[in-house]
Structure formats: structure tokens, C-alpha cells
Design a protein around this ligand. Structure first.
Ligand code: HEC
Length: 115
């Protein structure tokens, strides 16, 4: 018969494994430095509309749309026409945060769509 301490550590191990698998599968780490550099929060908030739609509204609209992340990543770099309201999403250069690489734009979009 296994002793109690052994059973307890086995259970703890299984629980912590489960917890880390959960994190890997369901959260996208926030790319904070990029968000600051690109000034996203000057116009956006995560959960309430501000000068622009909230990141949660954007995620709800595009999460299940095929090809949306490529379209949005391109928009983060080059800007685009307004279709939520009156104002358009400015290009990376217009935002004043410097050029935005394709990779970094992809990371930002992935994070926005995970909200
Ligand atoms: C100067 C204000 C401003 C800044 C800074 C800004 N945005 Fe936006 N963003 C907007 C506006 C306004 C819209 C709505 C545009 C529209 O109607 O398509 C928008 C829309 C978006 C959309 C949805 C685009 C679509 O086609 O539906 C995404 C994704 C987005 N922003 C992400 C970001 C990220 C990430 C950053 C930082 C890199 C950022 N925004 C910085 C103003 C801004």
C-alpha cells in the first residue's frame, strides 16, 4: 500500500501539470512593450469602448472569422478605412510608434483576439 506522503505529492504534481497545460492552451501573453511602443492604449481599452472599439468588441467580431488575423495585422501596419464608426485605424507611422514588423503585428493581433 503506498504511503500517504507519496500519494499527496503525486496528486499535487498532477494538479500543477493540469494548471500549466491550461495556461499554455488558453492565454496569450500580453506583449506589453509592443503595446506601449505602438501606443495602442492611447485609443483602445480592453473592455470598454474609448476613442476606438474595445479589444473585447474587436475579438468578438473577428475571433471566428477565417483570414481575419492577416487582414488585421496588415491594418495595424498600414492603417485602414473606418468601418466601426467615423474614425479610421491609423497606420504605424501615423501612430508615432515607429515601423511595425509583420511578426510584431501578428503578435498584437493574436493578443487582441484572445481578449
Ligand atoms: C489614434 C488612435 C488609435 C491607436 C493609437 C490605435 N488604434 Fe486601433 N483603432 C482605432 C480606431 C478609430 C479603430 C476603428 C477603425 C475602423 O472603424 O475600422 C481601430 C480599430 C482597430 C482594430 C480593428 C480593425 C478593424 O478592421 O475592425 C484593431 C485590431 C486595432 N484597432 C488594434 C490596435 C492595436 C493593436 C493598436 C496598437 C498597435 C491600435 N489599434 C492603436 C484607433 C486607434
Amino acid at each position: 500500500m503506498p504511503n500517504r506522503a507519496h500519494v499527496r505529492s503525486l496528486v499535487a504534481g498532477v494538479v500543477s501539470l493540469g494548471a500549466s497545460a491550461h495556461c499554455l492552451a488558453f492565454t496569450t501573453p500580453e506583449p506589453t512593450a509592443l503595446i506601449d511602443q505602438q501606443r495602442c492604449m492611447f485609443c483602445h481599452k480592453v473592455d470598454t469602448p474609448y476613442r476606438a472599439p474595445s479589444f473585447q468588441q474587436i475579438a468578438d467580431r473577428y475571433r471566428d472569422v477565417p483570414g481575419a488575423s492577416d487582414m488585421l495585422a496588415a491594418k495595424l501596419r498600414a492603417g485602414g478605412k473606418a468601418h466601426w464608426g467615423e474614425s479610421a485605424m491609423p497606420s504605424a507611422m501615423q501612430r508615432g510608434g515607429g515601423p511595425l514588423s509583420r511578426d510584431d503585428a501578428g503578435k498584437l493581433v493574436q493578443w487582441v483576439l484572445s481578449q
